[in-house]
Design a binder for this molecule. Structure first.
Ligand code: SF4
Ligand code: SF4
Length: 445
């Protein structure tokens, strides 16, 4: 059902593909780095498929497009990226938690102070003199409220005082299980929030119960509404999709529209069997279930004025590497002082490349480890001829490491997005200016 048939070719060094989903007689001709997508009749498509020879008309289009090609390369980061893991604990007991966040380990206060000082020093050396800070590793950052408020206040103070840094961006993924005082503090200090919520009441309460195994929906949805309505912070909703919730993605989008209105994005990601998900009750959706229901939810979102996304391949961006955090690398400080590149590596076991000494503040960085991590962000050989490669770039290195693959989802979504652009988005047969370059993708799968 997700299978897309394709033929690969190269014209003057640029990739081209001929695509067909087996449901239509028509083909799509696609040259991603030349930003060219065309609908071809069945006859023309079959003849190219048979002979691998492009007709003159098509060659003329390629020639024209080659005046403005895209090179999805990775530039060195223009900002410094600090991520801090404040705790390995959480106020919720999500059935599938990849971090298995129920350990009472918290970060040492001096370690936070030293990491912040180092990050400001390094950010001042970047071309944009900008520091991006997230709380992307470990458990729920607001649970360690004392250190959370200290960290945020200290960063905002230094932003005012530090001559060398022009701008600081604060972001985090949060479980939203807290009341008014915490919401106020967060809304007043953050630039971007990813709000974890898995759907309407029945789904949220089964997926993401409290530590006492009670429902979390009402407090979490109140917090989401608070942030969305506040107009102070850019908020997006992020939901994990299980085999239990996958058929309800359209209903979930409609529920959000009715409850929160518009003005935010909705991200859906399939449950991946790592951490607590290896022994939890919930199961992952099949790739086919996820792709088909995601597409329906995306289309429903469009009708309602809501952008529905997933971290799988997207034709709106061309990338040379999937993971910006690993390639830069991001300076992700775990509660134990290890510095890792991956936002999911909460104890620094898989992608560690440095250490912050709590007593002296000395930071050691292993360049060889950084290079080893960067190599893991390069496209594997099996991507060479894939038509999704400039939108996927080999996908998340960490999910590759555990043997998970969503290549069929990626290709299905790329094909369908192209198809939609060429049919609903304009005259069939016309080419569309389909993609812009994007050097980094920082979304988490
Ligand atoms: S994209 Fe994958 S490898 Fe990169 S930070 Fe996220 S989980 Fe880690
Ligand atoms: S990871 Fe899979 S979908 Fe992505 S580019 Fe490689 S082969 Fe294609």
């Amino acid at each position: 059902m997700l299978d897309i048939k394709y033929r690969y070719g190269i014209w003057k060094g640029y990739d081209w593909y001929l695509l067909n989903n087996g449901l239509s007689a028509e083909y799509i001709f696609y040259a991603p780095t030349l930003r060219l997508a065309l609908k071809l009749t069945g006859n023309l498509g079959s003849s190219i498929l048979l002979n691998s020879v492009l007709p003159d008309q098509l060659l003329a289009r390629l020639e024209r497009q080659s005046e403005h090609p895209i090179f999805p390369i990775i530039e060195r980061p223009k900002s410094f990226y600090l991520a801090i893991g404040l705790t390995n604990n959480c106020t919720l007991a999500c059935d599938y938690c990849h971090a298995e966040a129920d350990r009472d380990t918290t970060i040492n206060h001096d370690l936070i102070a030293k990491s912040i000082d180092y990050a400001f020093e390094k950010a001042a050396e970047t071309p944009k003199k900008t520091l991006s800070v997230s709380f992307a590793v470990g458990g729920e950052p607001t649970m360690n409220w004392k250190e959370f408020t200290y960290t945020v206040n200290r960063i905002r103070e230094l932003e005012k005082e530090h001559d060398g840094v022009n701008k600081v961006y604060l972001s985090m993924t949060t479980n939203c299980y807290y009341g008014y005082a915490k919401r106020e503090f967060v809304a007043n200090n953050f630039d971007v929030l990813t709000l974890s919520i898995d759907g309407y009441k029945e789904i949220q309460n089964i997926h993401r119960p409290t530590r006492a195994y009670k429902g979390s929906y009402s407090l979490v949805s109140e917090t989401c509404k608070f942030f969305i309505d506040s107009n102070k912070v850019k908020a997006g909703l992020r939901g994990t999709v299980s085999s239990y919730s996958v058929k309800n993605l359209v209903d979930i989008v409609e529920h959000y529209f009715n409850t929160f209105g518009t003005g935010y994005t909705i991200a859906f990601e399939p449950l991946i069997e790592i951490g607590r998900a290896l022994y939890g009750e919930l199961l992952p959706p099949t790739n086919e279930e996820f792709a088909i229901n995601f597409l329906a939810a995306k289309n429903r979102g469009k009708e309602l004025g809501l952008r529905v996304i997933t971290s799988a391949a997207n034709v709106d961006r061309l990338v040379g590497r999937y993971c910006g955090a690993m390639a830069m690398p991001s300076f992700t400080v775990c509660t134990n002082g290890k510095v890792t590149a991956c936002h999911r590596d909460q104890d620094g076991t898989d992608y560690v490349y440095g250490m912050v000494d709590t007593d002296t503040g000395v930071v050691t960085v292993d360049e060889q480890k950084i290079n080893e991590n960067v190599i893991q962000t390069e496209m594997p050989d099996y991507c060479n001829h894939c038509f999704a490669k400039w939108h996927c770039a080999g996908d998340c290195p960490d999910i590759r490491r555990i043997g998970y693959s969503r290549c069929d989802i990626n290709r299905f979504l790329v094909f369908n997005q192209l198809n939609e652009l060429l049919t609903k988005g304009g005259e069939a047969g016309s080419n569309r200016d389909i993609a812009k370059q994007d050097t980094f993708n920082l979304t988490r799968p």
